[in-house]
Design a protein around this ligand. Structure first.
Ligand code: GUN
Length: 284
């Protein structure tokens, strides 16, 4: 079998330039231009490149994005003060703090101080709690992007087996909840999981967010499964994911590439969340 390549790049481009662009046009008729602020601390190359992509996608949908840059040695208080200014600035609809942060800044403290209405990363305890309860909320971007991509490919999760590898707050945990909301049976795996192969054996969909280059190989993928690869690693100048694409694409029915798979969908979801925040602000 040779898998269909699920191009997140194409799906994202399509959503951005049709649905999202027209929602922005509508808001502009009420004199609202959605505005996203990205707080970027330090000089990490990967973070800088993710943030550049966020700015590019914001432009495509017609929203305003502003990157506020801070030195690595910025104090926690300075970041908290800036967040509090952003919280009360009515021209700003969404704010994210690019992670990771330097060790002397508490991620939990920073997230706790973001106004949940502007939390377009969906990382605050309030929004995570609402997601857990199945209430309407701002859903974190990678899980949301994955669901948008599955939906665009008409992958119906009801009654299907989904195996998730990785239990992070950003990807594994929230995507497992979203899949359960779609009536999937979800198996969660992580670094202490015994006999991973048996947990993958009956999977219809495999979502890999292990953070380890080529952690999953084709021999572990059931014939015909849909494979979503969340990882991105630069190995000697070449990008690869958490899945060995070469062997997995021979077994899967559909698979996301790296790059050009989940990454653009994450950014697309961020832009949609910013638009949702602005729409709510408009109707409040
Ligand atoms: N770092 C890696 N992924 C993300 C993300 O989705 N949001 C933020 N804020 N930082 C990240």
């Amino acid at each position: 079998m040779s898998a269909e390549i699920i191009s997140g790049k194409e799906v994202a481009e399509n959503i951005l330039t049709t649905d999202l662009k027209s929602r922005v046009e509508k808001l502009k008729q009420s004199n609202i231009i959605p505005k996203l602020v990205v707080i970027l601390v330090g000089e990490m190359k990967a973070s800088a490149s993710y943030v550049a992509q966020k700015e590019k996608f914001a432009g495509k949908a017609g929203i305003i994005s502003e990157v506020q840059r801070f030195d690595d040695n910025v104090s926690e208080d300075e970041i908290l003060n800036r967040i509090s200014e952003i919280n009360s600035d009515k021209s700003i609809h969404g704010v994210i703090v690019q992670l990771p942060l330097p060790k002397h800044i508490s991620v939990a403290k920073v997230l706790n101080n973001i106004n949940p209405d502007k939390d377009v990363d969906g990382f605050t305890p309030f929004n995570v709690g609402k997601l857990f309860l199945g209430e309407d909320t701002l859903v974190s971007c990678t899980p949301k992007g994955i669901m948008l991509m599955l939906e665009s490919k008409n992958v119906d999760l009801s009654g299907k087996n989904v195996t998730v590898i990785g239990r992070s707050n950003i990807v594994g945990k929230p995507v497992s909840i979203l899949c359960q909301q779609q009536n999937a049976t979800v198996t969660m795996c992580h670094s202490k999981t015994k006999d991973l192969d048996s947990k993958l054996a009956d999977a219809d969909v495999v979502i890999v967010a292990a953070g380890v280059p080529r952690f999953i190989s084709g021999s572990q993928i059931p014939e015909g499964a849909v494979v979503i690869d969340v990882g991105i690693h630069n190995i000697e100048g070449k990008l690869c994911g958490d899945v060995d694409f070469e062997s997995a694409s021979k077994r899967a029915s559909a698979i996301t590439p790296v790059p050009g798979g989940v990454g653009p969908m994450t950014v697309c979801a961020l832009i949609e969340n910013t638009i949702i925040a602005a729409e709510r602000f408009n109707s409040a």
